[in-house]
Design a protein around this ligand. Sequence first.
Ligand code: CP
Length: 321
Amino acid sequence: MKHLMTVEDVTNEDLLRLFRSAESMQTGIYRFTKGNFMDKILCPLFLEPSTRTRHSFESAMIRLGGNSLSAPTPEMLSINKGESISDTLKTESCYCDIMVVRAPVSYFEWFNFDMDYCGIPIINAGDGPYNHPTQAMLDAYTIWERYGHEDRTSPFAKRHLKHLIIGDLGHSRTIRSYVELMRRAAGHEFYAFDSTNHSHKIESVHDNLKVEYVRCERDIVDLLPSIDVVYLNRVQTERWKGGPRCYSFEFNTTMMNKLKDDAVVLNPGPRQEELPVHLTNWNNVKMWEQVRNGLYLRMSLISMMLGKLPDRMYEKKEAHA
Ligand code: CP
């Protein structure tokens, strides 16, 4: 994998290697030789706000033994003086070994020529409402942690999981990347409820999600006893021109009580009213696990993209089991 722009750029084989290495780092069974990364520098270039993605990438590089450049606010970049994203990327690539980029426009608009123009690996950390591949990968890793033990040879659960997605279907890049990635899993089913629009005319970029649409909250409650993964995401207020035409969806105690004991509730964050604070500590809710997994997954990803992920790491883990 040279660059990571969408989930299409990662093979199932790579995904399994990343998951096994993330698991090894998480359990402390495998430790990198920090010297491998001593001369490596990561550049976080964030033209939109971020807490989790930016700091987990920076922390990942530092924990591996490398360094991270400071992440200036967009106002402090020469983009503010009219420089193009493309020229900014080329400039930054002269100062680092790997770049993590978030921008309000599609990654197609980041490059003048082609992605190799910068000569270093580039990771898409969110391009407008379109893609957020590393979030989808860490979401999939969180599910693999929960269900993957049934089949250690695949990054997806062997069991035919049912996913219920609730959020801003027209604007959420995390939902889009999640569905695109998880759809590779054989036999999994996808249901989705648009929390912004009761009329359920799905607009904008994600009308090709190919999910079964759920029409009302009553139908959600009926579905929940058969659901394995509930994926909750906030209304992407910043992408609604003139403000969202939404009503406010909240997952509630009645809904939580309908879930199977082993079902998981995911939220890529930042969390808003769709997952009330008083539900956070229910066993099913894996929001903070996702946040932590972001670090391990991104440590593995940086290692892989810099050619430093050992091929046989997972056998090392099994030898210690
Ligand atoms: N999930 C996610 O992308 O969070 P941040 O915007 O805080 O990075």
